[in-house]
Design a protein. Structure first.
Length: 795
DNA sequence: GCACTTTGTCATATG
DNA sequence: ATCATATGACAAAGT
């Protein structure tokens, strides 16, 4: 029976996996919730395993089952529940990235971009999806239709793997528009930087070999359209600040993504896009004006949506200085929530835009975080034609140079501290915000990165810096603790395995009892005695007793052999094997060898033997000797007391019938006392059985709950790391774009704006202002009057 | 013979 | 108050 059950379970699991792979979602919950109480109630609230009342209510939920709550037949129910639960867990069966199913669906849709970009961005996949993704990818070519199909996935193990900004050849062959067309040298460089970060995170560089990408890039060159686009892009950069940025490019496939940006990939983000993302993430609130006008020193880069009318430098509002540190966890959760909302919006917009993105893609927040493409990129209408694109590598770090050496600590420095982790405070406390340093260079979570990492006295800078620092530190810590995304699946398995409870269903403690009692349930359900089957009493009275009583009360007999003929543990079946002494040892008869009183001889046979013995009596005696060996103490007592009905009746009859039964017979006080004891003990015996089963079920359900929670934890950790990485990539992109801005900005006299002296401030209306830094700029203002420039970012 | 499990029973709590 | 049930604890028997 055990093997049969196990076989059935495994078969069911395999079948469900098969259905899942072909796209059929098996929602066991729908079947389960109709008749059975939700399994998660064990986690979320009182359970039948906890509360007695709900346990009794199970009877009401088992329509058609008719299993009495007291019946051990409930084991069938529990077994079913457990099996269904196992099946239900299949979609999260220790495979953290079960989104792979989505990936397969994408494969069918021939929408390579969305397949590669949305469901599993390569960069997030490299670490995030973990080994199992790779393995699955490797293991699924047969299911994907063979090698003839264009390779839309990233064979991470292949030597010429196509990853990152380079679209696989198959993609190009499918006329996806030269996926990498829009990638510029800067993009590639940036991607390379980001890859290095990923390498820092543990991703092997070989996963996204630059040489491979270069090679693939070169392979694209022969495409005249591609090269033209690239050239156009580069030329646009040469001609001035390309603040509008190129069309967002899917990092892996290189194909343009009109409506969304895959943060998990190396997407080309314009500065404005980054800003919009940041605005969505950290709403700036109303723009505040600097009380101190700086005249024409200000350069304003305004968004066309809300043309900036501000003529002065935006000044961040005063902030309380000694605010407590943000609750980073809460902070992160806020960010996550906002990001999820953003992702939802983008998903909606993407679906509305009729993008080629596959709708079947699971909108998993991780990896598919997106933002609306900026319809109004930063305008190039700035007198930057003379921009010489100086080497920004030296100047740029000064942008983020902390003003620690600044004598006057500006209020903005102190306003970095938010009073709480609630993101709503960000709305209220951040007016015009200098976001120049929001996207800081990657913080490598080292203690000395304060000095090594450029720092800006900016609210968001500090906000993100602190949070990201800690988050990334947590990330690194998590990495150290084995939470690398590549090991996420292993983590889950480890988490599961370190449970003190056995999670193996084949070794589940419920299995033996389930299998045992499942037969009892079958026997019970097939019982011809409705009364007794409803009571569900199994294995209390014996056939020996029934046989003995049958002579006195024929109505009792008849049902017993059917009642438990399949039950190994019940004593009744022994009556069918009276002549089989080799089966004596089968029964687990816990008959107590309690010394009986003089009125209760140990072997009632002795009483019988006292009478006349015919040969027929001797045969009966022999069989009863055998039966007595398996009779319970109460049964022997009952026989000794010549109780005129079976113990089963004594135990299982309803109170009324039981009283009627007692009234029908004229019984002595001793007999009545014994009968009541028998009934009490029998009831208690069943109660104990049920109690133990419930206890077992409780343990199993708790075990399942722990398993589920651990899976959720691992999944959330994975998502968290992916988001952290995405944000960091955004910061990188922002840094790069700011670098470009500063490298090409010139005042009226043609002098550049040193990033060390100026910073970008972003208003709520989308305007971008170049404001002098408070400390260093104050001195600079003496020698040079900053000019106010307004950059109309109309495209 | 020992450790562990299973089962029955008792005492008690609870509804 | 009584009864039915649940459950912890214990012991006996089995493995």
């Amino acid at each position: 029976m055990l093997y049969l059950k196990k076989y059935f379970t495994e078969g069911l699991i395999q079948f469900t996996i098969l259905l899942s792979l072909i796209g059929v979602r098996v929602d066991v919950d729908t079947y389960l919730s109709n008749q059975l109480p939700p399994l998660r109630e064990i986690i979320l609230g009182p359970s039948s395993a906890y509360t007695q009342t709900q346990f009794h209510n199970l009877r009401n939920t088992l329509d058609g089952y008719g299993i009495h709550p007291k019946s051990v037949d409930l084991d069938q129910f529990f077994t079913t529940r457990r099996l269904l639960n196992e099946v239900r867990q299949l979609d999260r069966l220790s495979v953290p990235s079960s989104e792979l199913n989505t990936w397969l669906v994408h494969r069918d849709s021939e929408t390579v971009v969305s397949a590669g970009g949305r469901s599993s961005p390569g960069i997030t996949l490299d670490n995030g999806a973990g080994l199992e993704d790779i393995n699955n990818i490797d293991a699924t070519p047969a299911m994907r239709g063979g090698g003839g199909a264009p390779e839309s996935t990233y064979d991470l193990n292949a030597a010429d793997s196509s990853l990152g900004a380079v679209a696989p050849e198959g993609n190009q062959e499918q006329g996806s528009g030269g996926g990498n067309d829009d990638l510029t040298k800067e993009d590639i460089d940036l991607i390379d930087i980001l890859w290095r970060q990923d390498i820092d995170l543990g991703a092997g560089r070989e996963v996204f070999s630059y040489s491979n990408r270069q090679k693939d890039t070169e392979e694209e060159k022969p495409n005249p359209q591609d090269s033209k686009d690239v050239n156009d892009e580069q030329e646009s950069w040469r001609n001035g600040i390309n603040l509008q940025g190129s069309q967002p490019v899917d990092g892996e496939t290189g194909e343009s993504i009109p409506e969304q940006v895959i943060l998990g990939s190396q997407t080309s983000l314009s500065l404005q896009e980054c800003l919009r993302l940041l605005e969505a993430t950290f709403p700036f609130g109303e723009e505040a004006e600097f009380p101190v006008p700086v005249g024409n020193q200000e350069v304003s880069i305004s968004n066309e949506e809300v043309p900036s009318t501000s003529q002065g430098l935006t000044l961040a509002p005063q902030m309380p200085t000694a605010e407590p540190q943000l609750d980073l966890e809460q902070q992160w959760q806020d960010i996550m929530a906002i990001m999820e909302l953003q992702a939802m919006d983008v998903n909606n917009s993407a679906s509305n835009s009729g993008n080629a993105s596959n709708d079947t893609a699971e909108p998993t927040a991780a990896g598919t975080f997106g933002l609306s493409e900026n319809p109004t990129p930063i305008n190039q209408d700035v007198s930057l034609h003379q921009a010489s694109l100086p080497s920004c590598s030296q100047d740029f770090p000064q942008i983020f140079r902390p003003q620690l050496d600044s004598v006057s600590v500006t209020p903005r420095t102190s306003m970095l501290r938010l009073s709480s982790g609630n993101s709503t405070n960000i709305n209220s406390t951040f007016g015009a915000t200098n976001l120049t340093g929001v996207f800081l260079p990657p913080i490598n979570s080292s203690s000395n990165n304060v000095t090594s990492t450029p720092n800006l006295p900016d609210p968001f800078t500090t906000l993100l810096e602190e949070s990201m620092l800690d988050e990334i530190s947590l990330l690194d810590l998590a990495m150290e603790e084995g939470f690398s995304q590549a090991q996420a699946s292993q983590l889950e398995e480890e988490l599961d395995s370190d449970s003190g409870l056995s999670l193996d269903s084949s070794r589940s403690p419920a299995s033996p009892s389930s299998s045992e009692t499942s037969c009892s349930s079958a026997a019970s359900s097939s019982s011809t005695s409705a009364n007794f089957s409803e009571e569900g009493a199994v294995g209390y009275s014996t056939d020996s007793e029934a046989a003995a009583v049958e002579t006195e009360e024929g109505a009792v007999g008849g049902y017993q052999p059917e009642y438990s003929k399949l039950c190994r543990m019940s004593f009744q079946d022994l009556s069918q094997f009276n002549g089989l002494p080799q089966l004596d040892g089968i029964s687990h008869n816990h008959t107590y060898n309690v010394p009986l009183s003089s009125s209760f001889p140990e072997h009632p046979d002795l009483l019988l033997s006292a009478g006349k013995k015919t040969s027929r009596d001797k045969k009966l005696q022999a069989s009863q000797d055998l039966l007595d060996k398996h009779a319970s103490r109460d049964e022997r007592r009952a026989r000794a007391m010549k109780i005129p009905f079976s113990n089963e009746k004594i135990v299982n009859l309803p109170v009324e019938e039981f009283n009627e039964l007692l009234a029908k017979h004229h019984l002595s006080e001793a007999q009545l006392a014994l009968i009541r004891d028998i009934r009490r003990r029998g009831k208690n015996k069943m109660a104990a059985q049920n109690c133990r089963k419930r206890k077992l079920e409780t343990i199993i359900n708790l075990e399942q709950g722990v398993q589920d929670l651990r899976r959720d934890k691992a999944r959330l950790l994975k998502e968290k790391m992916e988001f952290i990485r995405s944000i960091r990539q955004l910061k990188q992109k922002m840094q790069s774009l700011c670098q470009e801005v500063f490298s090409q900005l010139r005042d009226e006299e043609g002098r550049p704006f040193p990033p060390s002296e100026y910073c970008l401030q972003y208003g709520a209306d989308g305007s971008v202002l170049i404001a002098p830094r408070s400390g260093a700029a104050a001195t600079q203002q003496q020698s040079r009057k900053p000019e106010k420039k307004q950059k109309d970012k109309k495209k």
